[in-house]
Write a protein that binds this ligand. Structure first.
Ligand code: ZN
Length: 339
């Protein structure tokens, strides 16, 4: 056997090859969280702008970009993301779409058109993104419009907490839960994104899930800041989450650029603690989050890269469960299987 043949053989027998084959045998990849409407909206020229701008300026850039996008533009970008997924053997994806005062319902219309075109190739569940919150009356109008047109109710409580003050994140969650209950839909919420012990959003989401009787219908996206709290807090939270039937989506690259800070706390990375969740029987799925846009300019929606980062960063070595993270758990969080 030549060295080249030996190398090919080793690759075929590698852990990566084993995982990829197992994922295909288990129904293919599920990308549980993506923002397909904004995918591939940054290019080399846009990157120069990205580099020079502060966070606030970046928000204005994104608003300008969204304001200029037509339904057809959104359809094209959403389609590029769908094709990127199909070529990797992704069989279902859950995509947030912006429905807000800036893009109104153009992203949703573009996404619905793409879903129809790709309906034989990939199952697409749509979730409304609430980038402008749900408290401001105009934002609320677009939230209601978006909620009626999507499969799953989406949320971002931090936005209202920031704009309106303490307590408005909880109010945001009440509005999501009431809407979801009235329409018989699941809820997906961006929580605990900043890897900081100032945040207890996963716990707040769990409490609200119980309060509204939404057990088994609510999914936390990210839940990174849990790891900034001590072991006792984490264990109590996992027990409560298990009781509430909570599920989680990890998007490993999304916050790996979490800035270095001088905070003290448990040593940790900025990844969703898939190892700890799994130990408590809480299903974790995986998603790419933003793909080549102003939030994540380097991400090209590669599912293997995401999975590799998650299992390496969390030293997560239970291969059967790793396959579930990439497949079965994704179907659970998108409501594609009964559990
Ligand atoms: Zn997201």
């Amino acid at each position: 056997m030549t060295n080249k043949e030996m190398l090919t053989k080793r690759r075929d027998e590698s852990t990566k090859a084993y995982l990829l084959q197992s994922i295909m045998r288990n129904g293919g990849w599920i990308n549980a969280h993506i923002h397909a409407d904004r995918a591939f909206t940054i290019n080399r020229e846009g990157f120069d702008v990205y580099q020079k701008q502060s966070l606030m300026e970046k928000w204005d850039t994104v608003d300008r970009l969204k304001a200029a996008m037509s339904v057809d533009d959104y359809y094209r970008h959403f389609s590029m993301a769908a094709e990127r997924m199909i070529e990797q053997g992704v069989t279902a994806m859950g995509s947030f779409v912006d429905v807000d005062p800036v893009c109104e319902d153009r992203a949703l219309k573009g996404a619905l058109k793409a879903r129809e075109v790709y309906r034989n190739d990939i199952t697409i569940k749509l979730i409304n993104q609430t980038l402008k919150g749900v408290i401001d009356p105009v934002a609320r109008y677009w939230f209601d419009r978006g909620a009626a047109g999507v499969d799953i109710i989406g949320g971002l409580p931090r936005r209202d907490e920031r704009d309106f003050g303490p307590g408005f994140g909880l109010k945001h969650l009440d509005i999501l839960m009431e809407t979801a209950k009235a329409q018989g839909k699941m809820v997906h919420v961006h929580v605990d994104q900043f890897n900081s012990d100032d945040e207890r959003e996963t716990e707040q989401l769990t409490d609200k899930t119980i309060e509204h009787g939404m057990q088994g219908r609510v999914v936390a996206i990210h839940s990174i800041s849990i790891t900034a709290h001590g072991a006792e807090y984490r264990q109590a939270l996992y027990r409560k989450m298990k009781e509430a039937g909570m599920m989680v989506i990890a998007c490993p690259f999304a916050w790996i650029d979490s800035p270095r800070r001088e905070d003290r706390g448990p040593t940790r990375n900025s990844l969703t603690p898939v190892d700890e969740f799994s130990a408590y029987g809480i299903p974790v799925a995986i998603g790419t989050d933003n793909v080549s846009d102003y939030m994540l300019p380097f991400s090209d929606g590669d599912m293997w890269e995401e999975l590799k980062l998650l299992i390496t960063g969390c030293r997560y070595t239970d291969l059967d469960n790793v396959v579930r993270v990439a497949t079965e758990n994704g179907r659970k969080v998108l409501g594609l299987t009964v559990h």
